[in-house]
Design a protein around this ligand. Structure first.
Ligand code: B12
Length: 229
């Protein structure tokens, strides 16, 4: 599969030869059962077959979590099962970290990736951080719900080359805007990448008020941006 198979808005692939419907549904069943061993086996086999980290994240982990979200929205699964599927996915991501980290020093730059206050969806930001790391960056992934003052203090301590902010919930847009305003006040030239489903129904126009601040829809676009950075 080439990257052109990706849907522009979501980055989910239209077809993925390595992840057949049979493999995907088997994985999905195991994920909803919380069967880490079975999920891990699927992941290992896909990696052995040559699936890239980016496509593993987009076509298996992200696609299945979006699917989980739909099932949850339609009351087909409980909140507990949604939590279980998310925690299994985060477990699987750490399992493949040996692929991510090599003995080579990270020389491309330093990126801080975070969610703003009240934003609890952290998996997308974590994926973005991993893509930076995979492309030779040193990354500080701060996770969910980082208070603005503490984010700024971390930027003061680490002086990164880039800040990534994740927004999944549209009603967190005002908080994200306040955060970008504060960052811009302290760091007028810091590159800011934003991403997440919070932008799928608007909100991107807010970013136009800030210099060097971009919306990145998915990991393929992120990798392209990183390469020209
Ligand atoms: C797991 C989950 C949760 C967990 C999150 C736990 C965790 N550890 O992250 C918990 C239980 C906390 C949660 C809570 C809520 N959730 Co929720 N959740 C989900 C679920 C099922 C999966 C999220 C996920 O990980 N997706 C996979 C990731 C990989 O996708 P992604 O974030 O889009 O990331 C990709 C891109 O967007 C991009 N990207 C993302 N961030 C960044 C950052 C940068 C810098 C870059 C470059 C790129 C980038 O790259 C990623 C790869 O392509 C989604 C369903 C869905 N469609 O995603 C609902 C979903 C996001 N949740 C939803 C809702 C409504 C809620 C709640 C309001 C529910 C409630 N009533 O309490 C709360 C809000 C809490 C809060 N204040 O944040 C809605 C959001 C609708 C909307 N957009 O407004 C969704 C879509 C479910 C649905 N179908 O309705 N949720």
């Amino acid at each position: 599969m080439t990257d052109s198979n990706l849907q522009p808005e979501t980055g989910v692939a239209v077809d993925a030869p390595l992840i057949s419907p049979h493999i995907y549904h088997g994985y999905m069943d195991a994920l909803l059962q919380g069967n880490r061993r079975a999920c891990n086996l699927v992941v290992k086999e896909l990696i052995d077959q040559g699936l890239s980290l980016k496509l593993l994240y987009e076509d298996l982990f992200k696609a299945s979590l979006y699917h989980v979200g739909e099932l949850w929205e339609r009351n087909k699964i409980s909140v507990a099962r949604e939590h279980l599927a998310t925690s299994v996915t985060e477990f699987l991501m750490t399992q493949i970290y040996p692929l991510l980290f090599t003995d080579q020093p990270s020389t491309a730059g330093t990126a801080v990736i975070s969610c703003t206050a009240n934003e609890f969806h952290q998996v997308g930001g974590k994926m973005a951080a991993d893509i930076f790391e995979f492309n030779g960056w040193d990354t500080h992934f701060l996770g969910a719900n980082t208070p603005m003052d503490h984010l700024i203090a971390h930027l003061d301590e680490t002086k990164p080359d880039l800040l990534g902010l994740s927004l999944s919930i549209y009603f967190n847009l005002p908080e994200l805007t306040r955060t970008i305003e504060a960052v811009r006040h302290h760091y007028p030239h810091l590159d800011i990448f934003t991403g997440g489903q919070g932008f799928l129904h608007g909100g991107r126009d807010v970013l136009n008020h800030f210099s060097s601040t971009r919306y990145i829809p998915h990991l393929d676009a992120l990798e392209t941006e990183i390469k020209v950075h």
